[in-house]
Write a protein that binds this ligand. Structure first.
Ligand code: NDP
Length: 323
């Protein structure tokens, strides 16, 4: 029975997930995933964790009976999944249930960036429509643009379907071409940037994408270039981006994610040609509830039936328990 099983909830977690997990399991809470905040007894009892916070290798090693870490969100760069895999600990994330929501937000952010819609609304609210007349025509337009997607996975493909409906050509960069899509593939990010004027990044964080969008990529995008990031802030050299926005290397940027959230670098805050959002890609009541359900469902599947619903790639070979 699950009420014999102790689950740790370190830091903040969606209340619906906390509620479902607390009803069925024994729950221990802590301010963060730090073994020094737990008693010896708690460390020995904990068999699962439901997390939104950082989980590092030392934490995994400090819990001898840990079997599964159920992480909230599709991106799980805050969990050392590689180490978990080698320690025989399962890690799950929340893919698919947020895909369409995040793609919707990406298109909104792209339009806001290119057509300056937030600034046009601010113009109206400030009474300038009455006082100064029409909002100035925007230099930016989606018409005639060619869009490159960095990270054509689940969300990238949902973004691409929307861009297709907007009538724009699509190309992409991944480490490997995607089977069954006929968008143009570029084997390097700089090649992609050179061949498009609009770059949308929905690539995951982690070492392999760290600061991938750098000065060279931004220069390749060019002076009519628009860069939208809804993936992870760590994939961008933010100093290079602030400079590219200030000196006209690119035309504009739309950013939902930042390297050190919730802190946004001064250079981006003062960029008039940047449209900035506080990481709201999946942030609706509907979608966050579905993500919370999937966190709880992974724990139920594991402890009740010896199954797992959405394992991450690094822990796919961790053996299932017999229940
Ligand atoms: P997927 O795993 O389905 O897609 C990721 C894509 O990125 C794959 O096509 C993969 O292709 C490509 N990729 C991964 N690493 C690299 C690399 N080093 N170089 C080039 N391409 C790479 O994930 P999702 O589409 O479900 O989610 C993508 C990311 O979006 C999440 O990891 C998360 O960080 C972010 N996200 C942001 C949200 C927000 O609120 N702003 C909300 C939800 C997600 P390949 O393996 O062939 O390289």
């Amino acid at each position: 029975a699950t009420d014999d099983v102790t689950i740790l909830i370190p830091g903040k977690l969606h209340p619906h997930a906390v509620g479902r997990i607390s009803e069925a399991f024994n729950v221990v809470t802590a301010e963060r995933a730090d073994p020094t905040l737990l008693s010896d007894d708690e460390r020995a009892r904990i068999r699962g964790a439901a997390v939104m916070t950082r989980v590092d290798a030392a934490f995994i090693d400090a819990l001898p009976n840990l079997e599964i870490v159920a992480s909230f969100g599709v991106g799980y760069d805050h969990v050392d999944a590689k180490h978990a895999g080698s320690a025989g600990v399962m890690v799950t994330n929340t893919p698919d249930v947020l895909t369409e929501e995040v793609a919707d937000t990406a298109l909104g952010l792209l339009l806001n960036t290119v057509r300056e819609l937030p600034k046009a609304e601010a113009w109206l609210r400030a009474g300038k429509w009455v006082k100064d007349g029409n909002y100035p025509l925007t230099r930016g337009t989606l018409r005639g643009r060619s869009v490159g997607i960095f990270g054509l996975g689940r969300i990238g493909q949902a973004i691409a379907r929307r861009i297709e409906a907007f009538g724009l050509p699509i190309s992409y960069h991944n480490r490997r071409p995607v089977e069954g899509v006929d968008y143009t593939y570029y084997p390097t990010l700089v090649d992609l940037a050179r061949n498009v004027d609009t770059l949308v990044s929905i690539a995951p964080g982690g070492a392999s994408t760290e600061k991938a969008i750098n000065a060279e990529v931004l220069a390749a995008l060019g002076s009519n270039g628009v860069f939208v990031n809804i993936g992870r802030g760590s994939t961008v050299d933010e100093d290079a981006l602030a400079k590219a926005l200030a000196d006209g290397t690119i035309m504009a940027a739309g950013l939902d994610v930042f390297a050190d959230e919730p802190n946004v670098p001064e250079g981006l805050l003062k960029a008039e040609n940047a449209s900035l959002l506080p990481h709201v890609g999946s942030a609706t009541v509907h979608t966050r509830q579905a993500m919370a359900d999937l966190v709880a469902d992974n724990l139920f599947a594991w402890f009740e039936r010896g199954e797992v619903m959405t394992p991450v790639a690094e822990t796919r070979d961790v053996p299932l328990p017999t229940r």
